[in-house]
Write a protein that binds this ligand. Structure first.
Ligand SMILES: Cc1ncc(C[n+]2csc(CCOP(=O)(O)OP(=O)(O)O)c2C)c(N)n1
Ligand SMILES: [Mg+2]
Length: 523
């Protein structure tokens, strides 16, 4: 059989059976082989950043890699920002980048570029098999590399002639090692810190944010009054809502995070790294760890984080029970639509088992509080700060979990980066309701302009060239029209009541919907 067929058979037997693709000529034999191996599903994405973000969403929800099929260096480059977000989320993900035939590369044809260099920025594993006989074994290794805890992106560069030539056979899957068990002495060190009675924060991340880890952490906090729990600021996936322990997140703004951590003497890290300010600001510290605070790494992201938390709970909270959040929803609000009233509507209507893709940016300020007591749901955040993640991520999550409702909460500026994801929502008839928080600004940048101290340079007034760089109102972006143009039924809401009616209807109907929530900017 040819390389492409053997490759796809190897992927399927290794557990990779979903491919988000934007192919070109060099990938034609891969595309043709999809007909020969019907167990591999494929979804067409109209921009590579949609394909990579969708593979991220799929991997976050299944724990298994999806493949993103991309076209040479430029295709990979278009997908890099969401591969960066996936790397930060530690999502298992397989990138397959088609390349020129091996013998063609030296002619420096127009699409020739340094794919290895691009792939190296996001992948710990990059390989370019040069013979069909090697391709399947390399593919099995690529899947294993992507799935090895804590998870990451592996890139298989696929020369066109390796894909089209005969002489390939499928390879056996490679067993992936389990997360590392944390040594007893590491757990004891954290237990000593907790028993000392000084103010302690347990900072949870990665797999520590699923129910078993949260329950163990909740036991620890219940039995140790000096201990507080916090979740990392931008988590790949949190299981939250009624029946699960609730968790405050470390704040995005360094000023607020510094207050949250002030007076902490011991910071116990479980599945995350030592916290740092998102950006540097003149005169502000980069590390968020307060002076005099000792950092204890209970579990690194590739470790058995829930196991380490359970072992710690058994030492310092033997009889304690986790404290589940009670079901409580906000009242449906009246009046004008604002980010705050929209959050209350979402909290009031969020369905059980929903998956939320959160790229609401400044409009998301009230969402955590409004949804904390909603029925159980998953929350997926923007992990790497590269905007344009939310709509693709929703694509992948909905593909992975067809029996669950997906809610994409999107700010307007971010939505525009990868807006063509809506077309894939429609083409695949995915159960995704997209809410666009249309504040007609890059609102966060109004704030950041002040925070970095750039306002002393003449860029203050609303009529200034600098402020105009954040204005999305001239011309106004008509998201309802854009969505309708891509086959997604859409509506606009300018009062809280309209928004509630439209959201309720959208969540009750199958297939994709978009609601453009017309809200004022936050400042
Ligand atoms: C890939 C990428 N490009 C640019 C930026 C810089 N950036 C951060 S926030 C932002 C604007 C966000 O505006 P919007 O999505 O409308 O959210 P709002 O601030 O209005 O809530 C930009 C351009 C980024 N973070 N990532
Ligand atoms: Mg905006």
């Amino acid at each position: 059989m040819n390389g492409a067929q053997a490759l796809i058979r190897t992927l399927v037997s290794s557990g990779v059976d979903m491919c988000f693709a934007n192919p070109g000529t060099s990938e034609m034999h891969f595309v043709a082989a999809l007909d020969a191996v019907p167990d591999m599903r494929a979804a067409l994405c109209l921009f590579e950043g949609v394909a990579t973000g969708a593979a991220d969403g799929y991997g976050r929800m299944t724990g298994r890699p999806a493949a993103a099929l991309l076209h040479l260096g430029p295709g990979l480059a278009n997908g890099l920002a969401n591969l960066h977000n996936a790397r930060r989320a530690r999502t298992p993900l397989l990138t397959i980048v088609g390349d020129h035939a091996t013998y063609h590369k030296r002619y420096d044809a127009p699409l020739e570029s340094d794919i290895d260099a691009l792939a190296g920025t996001v992948s710990g594993w990059v390989r370019r098999p040069t013979r069909p006989a090697d391709l399947s074994a390399d593919a099995a290794e690529a899947v294993a590399a992507a799935a090895t805890p804590p998870g990451g992106t592996a890139t298989l560069i696929l020369p066109a002639d390796v894909s089209w030539s005969d002489g390939a056979d499928p390879a056996e899957p490679i067993q992936v090692r389990r997360p590392c068990v944390v040594p007893d002495e590491t757990v004891r060190e954290a237990a000593d810190a907790l028993r000392g009675g000084e103010p302690c924060v347990v900072l949870l991340g990665g797999t520590g944010l699923r129910q078993p880890g949260l329950e163990a952490a909740s036991r620890i906090a219940a039995a140790n009054p000096s201990a507080r729990l916090l979740g990392e600021t931008f988590a790949a996936r949190i299981e939250r809502g009624a029946g699960r322990p609730s968790l405050d997140r470390l704040a995005y703004l360094a000023e607020s995070a510094t207050k949250q951590l002030a007076s902490t003497r011991h910071l116990i890290l479980a599945g995350t790294r030592s916290p740092a300010s998102f950006f540097a600001y003149p005169g502000q510290p980069s590390s968020l760890v307060p002076g005099g605070c000792q950092v204890h790494v209970l579990a690194a992201p590739g470790d058995d984080v829930p196991g380490a938390l359970a072992a710690l709970a058994d030492l310092v909270a033997p009889g304690a029970k986790p404290v589940p959040r009670q079901l409580s929803r906000p009242e449906l609000p009246d009046g004008g639509l604002t980010a705050q009233s929209a959050a209350a509507v979402i909290g009031a209507l969020l369905p059980e088992g929903a998956i939320v893709s959160d790229e609401a940016n400044t409009s998301g300020r009230w969402l955590a509080g409004a949804t904390a007591g909603a029925p159980p749901h998953d929350w997926l955040a923007l992990t790497g700060g590269a905007i344009g993640q939310g709509l693709p991520l929703a694509t992948g999550a909905a593909t992975a979990c067809p029996d669950r409702r997906v809610l994409a909460l999107e700010s307007d500026g971010s939505a525009m980066y990868t807006i063509s994801a809506l077309w894939t929502h429609a083409r695949e008839q995915l159960d995704i309701t997209t809410v666009i928080f249309s504040n007609s600004r890059y609102a966060i940048l109004d704030l950041e302009l002040n925070r970095v101290g750039a306002t002393g340079t003449g860029s203050t007034g609303t009529g200034s060239t600098a402020r105009a760089m954040f204005d999305l109102s001239k011309p106004a972006i008509d998201f309802a029209a854009i969505a309708a143009g891509m086959g997604v039924p859409a509506s606009r809401a300018s009062t809280a009541a309209e928004f509630a009616t439209q959201l309720r209807n959208a969540l009750a109907e199958p297939g994709p919907h978009l609601i453009e929530a017309l809200i004022p900017p936050p400042w």
